[in-house]
Design a protein around this ligand. Sequence first.
Ligand code: RIB
Length: 292
Amino acid sequence: MSQIVVIGSCSMDLVVTSDKRPNAGETVLGESFKTVPGGKGANQAVASARLGADVYMIGRVGDDAYGQDILNNLHAQGVRTTYMKPVTDMESGTAHIILAEGDNSIVVVKGANEEVTPDYVKDALHSIDDISIVLIQQEIPEETVEAVCAICSEKEIPVILNPAPARKVKQEVLNQVAYMTPNEHEAALIFDGLTTEEALRQYPNKLLITEGKNGVRFFDGTQEVLVPGYPVKAVDTTGAGDTFNGALAVALTEGKSLYDALLFANLAASISVTKFGAQGGMPTREELERAK
Ligand code: RIB
C-alpha cells in the first residue's frame, strides 16, 4: 500500500477558552483550560489516518510527559511512529491557544520540533518505500523544508507544502513542490507584489489558496476556479487547515481529480470545525461519506 509521509511538528496544545481576548497589559477571567494533542504535522497525519490512509509521521518530541502523550496519541490514531525519535533533555513543542470571540490566537514554542533537521529527515525519507505523497508545513526549520523539497523533486515524489505559519518561501521550493496550500494571509506574504489573480495564474493547478469557509481558489490553466466550502456552525476552527491538507493528500493519493480532491478536503475541514480541539472533529472516512 502506498504511503503518505507527513514531515513536521508535533506539539501539545494548551487551550484556554474565554469570552474576551485580553489586550496587552490586561487580565481577563477564562472559562476552561484543556491540553489536547496538536502541532500542524501531527494534525495532518491524524487527519489522513482517520480518512483511511497509511501514514508515516516524521518528527521529534521531547523526553517529557507531553512527548509520551503525543506518541501515544499518534499510535492510537493509527499513524506509524517509526521515525518519531524523542530528543534527550529537551521539552516537546507546545502551542498556547486562546479561543475567544469566535476565533483563535496561538503562540507556538517549537521545543523539540527544532530538531527535525535535514539529516534526521533525510535518513527517514530514504528508508520508506513506495511514498505516494509528502506533506510538509513550516513549524520546523526552513532548511529542512528546503532539503525535503529538493530530495523529493529528485525522487519525483510529489510534495504538498502547507506554508503555515507564514514565512517567505524560496523560488526553488515553489518550483519543486507539486502543490502549495497557503491561506490568503500566507499567500499575500509569499507572493508580495502580485495580486491573488496574478499569483494563481503563475502556478496553475499548483497554487491552491484557501479562503476558510468560502472554499479554495486555483487557476486550472484556462480559468480561475473556486471550489466551494460547506457551511457549518463552527465550534473551534483550530486545525481546519490541517484537516484540509491531510484530506487533500488522501484524495490525491486515491487518484481523484484536483477539483474532486479539493471538494473532499473542504468537506473534511468543514466537519472538523464542529468539535473542540485541533484533532477533536477530524472525520473518519465513514463520517465523511455520511456527510456527502
Ligand atoms: O494548525 C493548528 C495547530 O497550529 C495547532 O494544533 C497548534 O499546535 C498550532 O501549531
